[in-house]
Design a binder for this molecule. Structure first.
Ligand code: FAD
Length: 480
C-alpha cells in the first residue's frame, strides 16, 4: 500500500502556509519528501513582500523556515511557477498536470495574488489611485511593482479605503518619519520617494462605524502621528468607544518625535462608502477628490454585525492619492478548470473540507449527490481560508492541513495520487525530465542563500539589514 513508500509531496508556494505545512508533514510522516515550488527566485511570500518594513520582528518566522529548508528531505524549486507555463517565456514554469503525475500529494499554498476592486468611476483611469497591494509590493521590493513610481508630491491629503491591518500599514508608511525607515529593509526606491513625499494628512475610511471594527486589529502599529478625528464624518456616527479611543490615543502620541514633522495627522473616518474618484480641475488626468456617500448602520450603530446602508448624502474629500485596501483575492490556477479542481469563486478559495482536503460539496446545489473528493490534493493558508489572518493563524491552518495529510497517509484505504503501478514517484526529478525545464533558470536553496548574502552585503555600508534586489534579473545575476 502507499504508506510503505516515501510520501512525496509537492508544495506550491513558499509563504508561511507552504513552510509550516512542509515542516509539520515532514515531522509527522516518516520519510516524507517535500519539494517546494515558488514562482519568484526568493522565498517567504508575504513575509518578505507584505509585512511592513518597520515591523522586522514579524519576520522572525524566517528562522524556522530556514530550519525546515535545511532538512535533507526538503528541496526548494525557486523561480518556477506552477500552472501558467505560457506566462513565462523563459520556460521557468511547469504545468500542474505534470506535477500531478510525479507526486503522491500536492498542497496548494499559493496565497492571494490579486486584489478586490471597488468598481467605481475613476478607479482605473485617474493617476493617483492605487491598490494597497501594489503600493505594499512596491515599498517591499516586489519585482511585479518595481516600476510603480507612485507620485507622492502632488498634494498633502491621502485617503485609504478600508480600515484593516493593511490599511494601517499603508497609513503608517505614508506618514512615517523616513529616518525611522532608513535602517529597515524597505526598497531603496521607496525610501527615496517617501523622503520627498508631501503627504501630511491620511484618512483611513470605512463603510461602517467604530463598533464594527475589531479592536484587536488596531493594536498592530498605528501611525506615530496625531490622531485627529475628522469633520467629514456624519454627526450621527457614534464616537469610537472608550477602549478604542484609548488605543488610538496611546498608539499615536500627540507629541511626535522631535525630528518629525508635527503637522502630520491621520484619522479613522467612519460611515462613508466610496462612490467615485474625481479629477483635479487643474489637471484632469489626476485625482483631486474622492467622493463618498454617508451611510447609516442597520439595525443600530452599536450592533457589531450592523451593515451599512447608503443615505444619499455625499461628501468629497480632497485627495491627491487614494489607496483601495479592501482585501486581497486568490485566483484559481489556469489549469484548474480543465483538470476539474473546484474553486469557490465567491469566497476566493479552493473548495475544501476545512481541514485542507480539496473537496467539492455538490449538496449546495440541492442535488442528492454526496461530497466529491480529490484524493491527494490539499490546500493551506490564504488560498484555503481566504485572505485574512496573521502568520500565527496561517501556521495553525497549515498544521491542520499537514495533519490531514498524515492522517490520510496512515490509512490504508485512503487513496493518493499515482498509486497504480506500484512504483515510487520521482518528484521534481520526474517533473524536470518531463517538462524539460531549463535547470539554469531554477533557484535552489543554496542559490537563495547567495542572493540573501548579497542583499545583506549591499545593506551593510548603509546600516540596513539588507538592500533588496527588486528585479528578478538582478536576483538571478547573483547566482548565474
Ligand atoms: P503568501 O505569503 O502570499 O505565500 C504564497 C507564495 O506562493 C508566494 O511566495 C507566491 O509567490 C507563491 N506563488 C503564487 N503563485 C504561485 C504559483 N503559481 N507557483 C508557485 N508559487 C506561487 N501577518 C502577521 O502576522 N504580521 C504582520 O505584520 C502582517 N503584515 C501583513 C501585511 C500585509 C500587507 C499583508 C498582505 C499581510 C500581512 N500579514 C501579516 C499576513 C501574512 O502575511 C499572511 O497571513 C501569510 O503570509 C499568508 O501565507 P500564505 O502562505 O497563505 O501566502
Amino acid at each position: 500500500s502507499h504508506n510503505e513508500r516515501p510520501c512525496r509531496i509537492a508544495v506550491i508556494g513558499s509563504g508561511p502556509a507552504g513552510f509550516y505545512t512542509a515542516y509539520r508533514a515532514m515531522a509527522k510522516i516518516r520519510g516524507a519528501k517535500v519539494d517546494m515550488y515558488e514562482s519568484l527566485p526568493v522565498p517567504f511570500g508575504l513575509v518578505r513582500f507584505g509585512v511592513a518594513p518597520d515591523h522586522p520582528e514579524v519576520k522572525n518566522c524566517q528562522e524556522k523556515f530556514e530550519e525546515v529548508a535545511a532538512s535533507p528531505n526538503f528541496t526548494f524549486v525557486g523561480n518556477v511557477s506552477v500552472g501558467s507555463p505560457s506566462d513565462r517565456p523563459d520556460g521557468s514554469a511547469v504545468s500542474l498536470a505534470s506535477i500531478l503525475r510525479h507526486y503522491n500529494a500536492v498542497v496548494f499554498a499559493y496565497g492571494a495574488s490579486m486584489d478586490r476592486t471597488l468598481g467605481i468611476p475613476g478607479e482605473a483611469a485617474l493617476k493617483g489611485v492605487y491598490s494597497a497591494r501594489e503600493f505594499v509590493g512596491w515599498y517591499n521590493g516586489l519585482p511585479e511593482y518595481a516600476d510603480l513610481a507612485p507620485d507622492l508630491t502632488r498634494g498633502e491629503e491621502a485617503v485609504i479605503i478600508g480600515q484593516g491591518n493593511v490599511a494601517l500599514d499603508v497609513a503608517r508608511m505614508l506618514l512615517e518619519d523616513v529616518d525611522v525607515l532608513r535602517k529597515s529593509d524597505i526598497a531603496a526606491h521607496a525610501l527615496e520617494t517617501l523622503s520627498k513625499s508631501r503627504v501630511e494628512r491620511v484618512h483611513v475610511v470605512g463603510r461602517r462605524g467604530p463598533m464594527q471594527r475589531t479592536h484587536q486589529a488596531l493594536c498592530r502599529g498605528l501611525p506615530p502621528y496625531r490622531y485627529r478625528p475628522d469633520p467629514y464624518q456624519s454627526q450621527a456616527t457614534p464616537p469610537p468607544p472608550r477602549r478604542l479611543m484609548d488605543i488610538l490615543l496611546k498608539g499615536s502620541p500627540t507629541t511626535p518625535s522631535p525630528s518629525s514633522n508635527n503637522t502630520k495627522s491621520w484619522s479613522l473616518d467612519f460611515c462613508l462608502t466610496p462612490k467615485q474618484f474625481l479629477p483635479r480641475p487643474s489637471s484632469p488626468s489626476h485625482l483631486g477628490f474622492t467622493e463618498f456617500e454617508r451611510t447609516t448602520l442597520s439595525p443600530t450603530p452599536f450592533d457589531p454585525h450592523a451593515y451599512a446602508l447608503g443615505t444619499g448624502a455625499t461628501v468629497q474629500i480632497p485627495s491627491s492619492l487614494a489607496f483601495r485596501s479592501i482585501g486581497y483575492k486568490s485566483a484559481p490556477l489556469h489549469e484548474f478548470a480543465g483538470i476539474g479542481i473546484p474553486f469557490d469563486a465567491a469566497r476566493g478559495v479552493i473548495s475544501n473540507d476545512g481541514s485542507g482536503r480539496v473537496q467539492h460539496d455538490e449538496r449546495t446545489r440541492g442535488a442528492a449527490m454526496a461530497l466529491v473528493s480529490f484524493p491527494g490534493l490539499y490546500c493551506a493558508g490564504w488560498v484555503k481560508r481566504g485572505p485574512t489572518g496573521v502568520i500565527a493563524s496561517t501556521m495553525q491552518d497549515a498544521f491542520a492541513t499537514a495533519d490531514a495529510i498524515a492522517e490520510d497517509w496512515a490509512k490504508k484505504d485512503v487513496s493518493f495520487l499515482n498509486e497504480q503501478g506500484g512504483g515510487a514517484v520521482a518528484g521534481w526529478e520526474g517533473v524536470q525530465l518531463e517538462t524539460g525545464v531549463d535547470k539554469a533558470n531554477v533557484v535552489s536553496w543554496e542559490d537563495w542563500r547567495k542572493i540573501d548574502g548579497a542583499e545583506r552585503e549591499r545593506g551593510r555600508p548603509i546600516g540596513k539589514e539588507r538592500e533588496k534586489f527588486i528585479t528578478t534579473s538582478e536576483m538571478l545575476a547573483v547566482v548565474r
